[in-house]
Write a protein that binds this ligand. Sequence first.
Ligand code: NAD
Length: 392
Amino acid sequence: MEIKPMIRNNICLNAHPEGCALNVKKQIEYTKKNLKIDAQQNAAKLAPKLALVVGCSNGYGLASRICAGFGYGSVTVGLSFENEPSEKRSGTPGFYNNAVFDLEAEKEGLVSISLNGDAYSDEMKTKTIDAVRQAAAKAGIPAKIDLFIYSLASPARTDPKTGVLYKSVIKPIGTAFSGKTLNMMDGTFSTAKAEPATEEEIFNTVKVMGGEDWELWMDSLDSEGLFSANTCTLAYTYIGPELSWDIYKNGTIGKAKEDLERACCDINKKFSGKIRGAWVSVNKALVTRSSAVIPIIPFYISCLFKVMKEMGLHEGCIEQIVRLYRDRLYLMDVPVDSENRIRIDDWEMREDVQKAVTERMKIVTPENVFEETDIAGFKNDFLEVHGFLNSV
Ligand code: NAD
């Protein structure tokens, strides 16, 4: 059956199972070539034997799971929230990605369990804990999680204690935002406008995308005795260039990410001496299902990719996470910035890269957008995330 992408306002409504499979396999191959325990002495001591990835089916979470499993040979338990296919609709890409991950893991003799459900709920926390024990028993190893990745990108969260549903918004704080945005499908520009968020919207966004649920996960896993002195936990954030700060870093999402950093600090205090540590890693801007809907970001990324490809510095999710594990997390002393964050956005934020991107953004017009930006690369990556590759 021929499946064509159905795209509305930079959101893709369907997915191609075969393309999703190819995408996952490509990431596995890259990992096998570039991430090995024997390549690093420290990794041999610290590398995870059992990893839990919450938000495992796409983007940074998927890459994190692939690297733990296929790079370090870890047992992996993954949780995500995806739609199964029905007679009328295809499933979401993550549904197919998880199925392929489990199949490929089995071929390599790696134990993996994928769960589908709401990570914010108490019910899924309990089911995940059961799955961790089950996976450890199957692999014949102790039920101790040495790597816990928290990589959710969600528009809504029901608080498990109160039952209240909170929705996140992408809005500026204080003053209205107006910025150039790019339709990746046809190269047309429009102006994206957003009114400042209300106090309630800021609060709600922090509830969804802040650190509270990460802390709840830590408490649940700890109360079941699933941590060891080797346990590392990571959550991801983005900072980006100043031109995006009004809508991102200084906006509602930025407030939520500030709360994620607050949670990281509190986790480190609470679990001091009990686990190896908690970190927030600042990652590069990439095309995932979430990033294409943030105003200004598609235009910025199209220019960024052009510049980084020209400089030979371009990376996707899998390259980022390989470098994150190999050159940061699994060094004996994890290199961090002044705020205790891991920086794997270092190449994106390099002065020469940012200068070239700013220059590039100034000269782009609707007439030269296909030559002067990598809008083709943006579109390609966006379609690829949904399984629509050139070859399928
Ligand atoms: P993504 O959309 O590709 O993946 C999100 C994951 O969360 C999926 O596995 C999805 O199933 C899961 N999920 C969503 N709601 C859930 C729920 N209620 N229960 C269980 N699972 C749920 O997202 P991404 O772009 O990889 O983002 C992951 C993290 O990385 C986010 O914190 C994001 O802010 C951060 N980040 C992203 C970028 C970027 O450019 N994409 C850059 C830096 C940091």
